[in-house]
Design a protein around this ligand. Structure first.
Ligand code: MN
Ligand code: MN
Length: 460
């Protein structure tokens, strides 16, 4: 069961290839800090590679055939890309899936208020976070404001060197005697995650003059009224780019590795595929961090509908064929795994944990309290994957998320398994999962990409 450190198999040429890939990834997570930004970025890139919007195919009444490449951009927040295979779709597809939403602080619908000559924005955190990690660090605001006329304003404030940054205060240590006695979950409470945005009073304004100043600034600079907040999705995220981490630059620190670190290599593997024997699919979904709910989460029917539309555009639609296509599919549901951390060894079972540098992580099951909520993959399927990864010289490791009864987590795997298809959890190991700055190994990112390429090509 010895898993070699994957760095050992890299010669200088392969190292270069890996670094080039990781530079692309760093750029991706530095540019894309919301689900919308990820989807727009990927769509621009895949269009250049010949992918066509499925809605355009349908509108034009065009017929789809083997090797055609189509995508569905669902509400700007989820993406499905298909390269149609030579084998009939009802024989099943090879699916790569990952999520592009990440933990963050969302602005409330009516967020702006004034207190003691300061203007602040009220937030509601999204996903599971240690709230105390999100104070006293530079935050940027990303998202959209939709005006009543339907026009969409893209907002990115705090990323450019010349931009201001925002942030949430922490209590000074000198006065923290009571705070330091609290449990971790109460040290900073959800309602105290308020973002400071201004402190200059508007001249001539009697009532809430600092807030009035910010309202004026938003109107003049961005064309946003205070009421427009009610139809906005604005996400406060850590400001700044992803960077190399470690003196040897072997790791990457960045915001949102979970789960863009699986999303990026997944769609890149689709772009690297020249011939699809089975229909190959990459699914990038939203809302995983809050239970895969909503129209753009994995519980939504948008993917199933896309499969039906594609079969229809191939002149082959039937309800039965849709069901067969889904049931006969094989999927790598990719999400981050916990990397062994020598600072916190007590929560890990050493033989069944993921390690930095040991490649793509495969989790037969996730879940908590006796595998509850898990998709427990079939060993027959795992055996097939072992063969494909070994034949393609992909470094991989098997792992669980921590010790039994220490906690746990879920992914989108169990949802896709509802169709009766073979699904297994896979992905990249990270430290600091769900912290503002997460850490992952470059070699693991690249091995994940190689694993996804092998999966699309060789899984029958
Ligand atoms: Mn995740
Ligand atoms: Mn997560």
């Amino acid at each position: 069961m010895l898993r070699e450190n994957a760095w050992k198999k890299y010669d200088s040429e392969k190292l270069q290839e890996m670094n080039r890939f990781c530079d692309g990834y760093k750029n991706f997570i530095s540019e894309c800090k919301t689900e919308r930004e990820c989807v727009s970025f990927a769509v621009e890139e895949i269009k250049k590679a010949g992918y066509v919007d499925l809605n355009e195919v349908i509108a034009a009444g065009k017929e789809l055939k083997a090797q055609d490449k189509v995508y569905v951009n669902y509400m700007g927040k989820a993406l499905a890309m298909f390269q149609i295979g030579d084998v009939p779709m009802e024989k099943g597809m090879n699916l790569l899936g990952a999520h592009v939403d990440s933990p963050r602080l969302d602005l409330k619908q009516d967020p702006l208020y004034e207190d003691s000559d300061l203007a602040l924005l009220d937030t509601h955190y999204y996903g599971g976070i240690k709230k105390y990690q999100w104070v006293a660090l530079p935050l940027a605001l990303h998202g959209v404001v939709v005006k009543k006329d339907g026009s969409v304003l893209n907002v990115v404030i705090g990323e450019d060197e010349s931009d201001p940054v925002l942030g949430i205060s922490d209590l000074l240590v000198h006065l923290s005697q009571n705070q330091m006695e609290k449990t971790g979950s109460k040290v900073v409470e959800g309602e105290d995650l308020n973002i400071l945005v201004g402190s200059i009073p508007l001249e001539g304004e009697e009532k809430e003059p600092v807030k009035a100043q910010i309202v004026k600034l938003l109107e003049e600079k961005y064309g946003i009224t205070e009421e427009d907040f009610s139809s906005a999705e604005l996400e406060a995220v850590p400001a700044g780019k992803a960077r190399d981490y470690g003196l040897d630059r072997s790791l990457i620190m960045g915001y949102g590795h979970d789960d863009r670190i699986c999303a990026y290599p997944s769609y890149q593997a689709m772009l690297a595929l020249d011939h699809a024997e089975k229909t190959c699919v990459c699914l990038l979904v939203d809302k995983e961090e809050i239970g895969s709910v909503g129209a753009t989460g994995m519980h939504s029917r948008f993917f199933e509908n896309a499969v039906a539309e594609i079969l229809n555009a191939m002149g082959e639609y039937s309800e039965l064929k849709v069901r067969r296509a889904l049931a006969n599919s094989k999927m790598l549901s990719s999400d981050v795994s916990a990397a062994f951390d020598p600072n916190y060894p007590s929560v890990m079972c050493k033989k069944n944990t993921a390690y930095f540098g040991k490649g793509l992580t495969i989790n037969k099951y996730t879940g908590s309290r006796g595998k509850s909520g898990s998709n427990d993959a079939n060993p027959e399927y795992m055996a097939q994957l072992r063969k494909v990864f070994d034949e393609n010289n992909v470094a991989y490791q098997t792992a669980e998320l921590g010790k039994v009864d220490q906690g746990g987590g879920g992914t989108i795997a169990y949802i896709m398994a509802n169709y009766g298809m073979d699904v297994i959890d896979s992905g990249v190991a990270v430290q600091n999962m769900h912290a503002p700055w997460e850490v992952a190994s470059k070699v693991d990112i690249y091995e994940a990409y190689l694993g996804y390429c092998a999966f699309l090509k060789d899984v029958k």
